[in-house]
Ligand binder design. Structure first.
Ligand code: GDP
Ligand code: MN
Length: 389
């Protein structure tokens, strides 16, 4: 789960990380008023979206007078933000922050994430922070430090001080930077975060250490422990189909191909995608309806898959175990009646009561001509690939 920058700033600030104050605004007038409130000095106007790359996309703007503040807010509130992190459709902008602009002497990168290959949490730091950090990581990986730390003990003082020195901090700034890193580690661990990032962390021209961007993502599986965080979710930032799938307890991930997949079990979903590719087509999604699939779940799953206009055919691949094949066949027929199968739906069922299930599908043929039964997985893949060709 993601939250907005202004919420992350609040969380960081509560945990002892120095963050400049900011005003959350939703209209051009509010943006102008906030500019005035900060005493008419240089401010920064920033779109609040669940994606980075705002600076390069024109959604982080330094403004020097009320007119500029209005113009920046007007632009951001009337355009979707598109960056390398969003895909061509971009994300909508309805909230901005206005914060006093800082004079930057140097930008650093500070991040924390779970390094799966080392199986532990890791601090990532660079003295080359800012909007080019991805380029730095690609072209000069030696400029990016990675320091694994203990998930229960947290980031130790000696580790944090060592990183601060390697980043080039001197004198009393070593201690300040180290403290900041340890506080970030505390937030990271106590919130069950999957990513926490300050980019850039800056030294101002008058020698202050400040986090001027803040990002944090959380592990969805731990959200039940953090109801205050769960309450911060902004559904307007998520794709509509993702929100619907989450509400229906479906594991849904949209992909770029033309064959929609409706499968029970993640492993079976993977092999379904593999076999579609093997026969020369691409899956349009990964959708795992779970072991205990119900008629209602299957209907909602069809609705979600069918609202993707890229879908030219659907492959239903279900192993009837906990939910028996005949129940699933009935659910499919019910879904067909309710949703209307506008594209070919190839069905491969296997497992308990499969004979009865095939009879049900056969009996529905006249009524649902686009429902195509398959004998096995290869047959199903061939039929669905042929249907979208
Ligand atoms: P991102 O592009 O989405 O990561 O947005 P950031 O909040 O990181 O802003 C992008 C860039 O804008 C930063 O790397 C800074 O260089 C610049 N920036 C942001 N806030 C300020 C500010 O208060 N003063 C100055 N001088 N630059 C800023
Ligand atoms: Mn940033």
């Amino acid at each position: 789960m993601k939250i907005h920058e202004y919420q992350a700033r609040q969380l960081f600030s509560e945990n002892g990380i120095p963050v400049p104050s900011a005003q959350v605004v939703r209209t051009v007038d509010e943006a102008a008023a906030a500019f005035g409130q900060f005493g008419g000095q240089m401010c920064v106007v920033k779109a609040q979206v669940y994606a980075g790359g705002r600076g390069k996309a024109g959604f982080v703007k330094l403004v020097h007078n009320e007119d500029e503040a209005r113009q920046a807010a007007q632009f951001m509130l009337t355009h979707r933000m598109t960056s390398y992190q969003t895909g061509p459709e971009g994300v909508p902008v309805s909230v901005l922050i206005v914060a006093p602009g800082v004079q930057i002497a140097k930008e650093y990168y500070l991040g924390m994430t779970i390094d799966r290959s080392r199986q532990t949490v890791t601090l990532i730091a660079s003295s080359e922070g800012g909007v080019e950090i991805e380029e730095v990581a690609k072209k000069s990986p030696e400029k990016v430090l990675k320091i694994p730390f203990h998930p229960l003990l947290g980031l130790q003082s000696y580790q944090a001080r060592d990183v601060a020195i390697q980043l080039g901090f001197e004198d009393k700034m070593v201690g300040e930077a180290a403290k900041l890193m340890m506080n970030l580690a505390k937030v990271f661990i106590s919130t069950d975060a999957s990513l926490a990032e300050i980019n850039p962390l800056v030294i101002t021209t008058d020698g202050k250490l400040l986090a001027i961007d803040a990002q944090i993502n959380f592990d969805d599986n731990a959200l039940f422990r953090h109801q205050n965080i769960e309450a911060m979710a902004d559904e307007s930032q998520e794709r509509e189909l993702d929100v619907r799938a989450k509400k229906a307890n479906l594991n849904y991930i949209a992909l770029d191909g033309s064959i929609g997949c409706l499968v029970n079990g993640a492993g079976l979903a993977m092999s379904t995608m593999d076999i579609i590719k093997l026969h020369g087509a691409e899956p349009a999604n990964f959708l795992d309806v779970g072991g205990g699939v119900t008629a209602e779940g299957a209907i909602e799953a069809f609705k979600i898959i069918l609202s993707d206009t890229n879908v030219k055919g659907i492959l239903v691949n279900i192993f009837g175990g906990i939910a028996k094949c005949d129940l699933i066949a009935e659910a499919l027929v019910k879904a067909g009646r309710e949703v209307g199968f506008k594209v070919p739906v190839v069905v491969r069922l296997e497992g308990t009561n499969v004979v009865r299930a095939r009879e049900i599908l056969k009996a529905a043929q006249g009524e649902l001509p686009t429902l195509i039964p398959a004998t096995d997985l290869t047959d199903a893949a061939k039929k669905v690939v042929a249907a979208v060709a």
